[in-house]
Write a protein of this length. Sequence first.
Length: 238
Amino acid sequence: MAVLVITGTGTEVGKTIATAAVAAAAVAAGRSVAVLKAAQTGVRPDEPGDAQEVARLAGPVTVAEVARYPEPLAPATAARRAGRAPVRPREVAEAAAKLATEHDLVLVEGAGGLLVRFDEAGGTLADAAELLEAPVLVVASAGLGTLNTTELTARELRSRGLDLRGVVIGSWPDSPDLASRCNLADLPEVAGAPLLGAVPAGAGALAPADFRAGAPGWLAPGLDGTWDAEVFRGREAG
């Protein structure tokens, strides 16, 4: 797994913090890691973006962006309004492939959901994953509504013949409601893929040392962690 594409089921689901957790666990396991942000929007040239936030939390990782646009919009719209060239899926794939020659693991973080448009031709993160022939990790929210968006994302991945590696809950609440607790069993069912972790709410506010120490415990062994879905489900159900 030289390249892992990470998408959310939508915006504000904890994708960047989950990416940081995956990076931190991989670094702790002794792997060299690069984080590529396909399209950074809503950030000025002098501000840190999502990739820099991953590095702040995860530790020594290489960071890169394919493009950056100032307005917090879908990449195609942000590029058009800024009068700049859009991101093309092939550019994302080529950047990731180059990083993969120099790192054990490259994490390609999308912008929003899987089918958010990068360019006027309708290119998406899914197209970049196809070009890379890379597995995809889906970051989902915990509560009501997540089953629909997760299943839609999983169906699109399957329709393209892409490998859905699993689902990570991007922000697991301190006091989960009934829907969240039920979703621990239902998410892998609708996704047709295993639940591979649950990042605690507020993890991004931890001191970097505490984040790095905690990250392996939030992720399953398939992501260099020690998290056990059955144990977690049993504990949270109680």
